[in-house]
Design a protein around this ligand. Sequence first.
Ligand code: COA
Length: 441
Amino acid sequence: MDWKNWKEIYASRLCTAEEAVQSIKSGDSVIFGHCISEPTGLIDAMVANADAYRNVAISHMVSLGKGEYTKPEYKDNFTFKGIFCGAGTRKCVADGHGDFIPVYFSDVPVWMRNGLLNFDVCMVMLSPPDERGYCNLGVESGYTYQAIKSAKTVIAQINENVPVAYGDTFVHVSELDKIVEMNMPLFEQAPPKIGEVEKAIGKYCASLIEDGSTLQLGIGAIPDAVLAELKDRKHLGIHSEMIADGVIDLVEAGVIDCSEKTLHNGKMIVTFLMGTKRLYDFAHKNPMLELKPVDYVNNPAVIAKNNKMVSINSALQVDFMGQVVACTIGKKQFSGVGGQVDFVRGAAMAEDGKGVSIIAMPSITTKKDGTVISKITPYIDEGAAVTTNRYDVDYIVTEYGIARMKGKTLKERARALIEIAHPSVREELAKEFEVRFNTAY
Ligand code: COA
């Protein structure tokens, strides 16, 4: 670490985005910072330079960007090898010219270290350096720091809108090979709309959360709906892969104070933020929040050190045995496992024996053409992949109630699930039960 000369180092590595992306060579593998941390200025420059590349592999977790490198016209230039799929990237996987690597989010830094995932180039977005030459990851610390350590070339977009968050978030300018100054607003994900269904789900989930619990909240509308029902609780804590704006109201109301956390007492521990500017401002130099790597935060053994650990995640489909599908719709890759399984297991392993894992979802979904689909089904769809298996799953919640899976037989599970299915499909599911189990419902 060259403390004294960091300003010279910074100046000598400063270049334009167009110059920086020339370090990417045909055949390279490239990983980006993900979610709010996506270095969009560098990605746009890389796509603009597409003609210079053949077969550049692109990987990242959650992407909120356009994902132009996944478009068919670039299929000879870029190959998407996602470790998560999102709105901008799932089409290329479904169409066949992209692909998906099944990997627990927590394993991503581990696989970078042991060589299962190798990246030539890492592109990140960081805050400007402080007086000692340290930039900050600001909104994401999951795998980005390990990517900086492991990649042969590191290209950083320096953006003054990236907050300075505490935790394992500081990156010295001497670790960067190319530095591009490019300010732009950070992505913002507006808080989801909470309708009557989400509200009912939130109430059922809240009924499983005691004062003094530590929460993990997954992606989607349901976590915010749960938080909205927790205003009368005391001394809640956060140990979560991600947080959104919903936690701020509870912090401001004194409900989330982390005062009873048995690990990192007094602090919220997360790997990334996904919300609005309000959340990024909240994160800026906030001693109550620490961002840490995902192989630590999502490690079930670490999660288990939190007393009264409660994990809340969502699903696309649950079958009669309680098998949870959260990443695929039939054969199509929809998202990725993220931290779902790690948190389900970590809560089950909680050292005080009081961990609770919840899979919460609306009972039905309505497609754009008006087709109504029950998310509780006798069998998972053909080609679908199980995310949380029937041995790990515990509470399933819909707007119609709570079905606990642990301790129940297959038939008991199916009956409990049919009771919380949408009323319009219960009769049909009861008939399916009789076919499936060769016995009366
Ligand atoms: N069959 C067909 N389509 C379905 C479906 C089903 N059983 N269930 C949902 N869908 C469709 C919805 O209609 C919707 O389609 P649209 O985009 O055309 O409107 C889409 O799938 C998304 O459904 P929705 O219920 O809005 O999902 P969500 O935003 O609440 O996210 C997960 C739910 C499961 C996809 C999300 O939580 C996830 O990716 N989980 C895995 C990772 C994880 O749990 N991480 C936790 C740690 S952060």
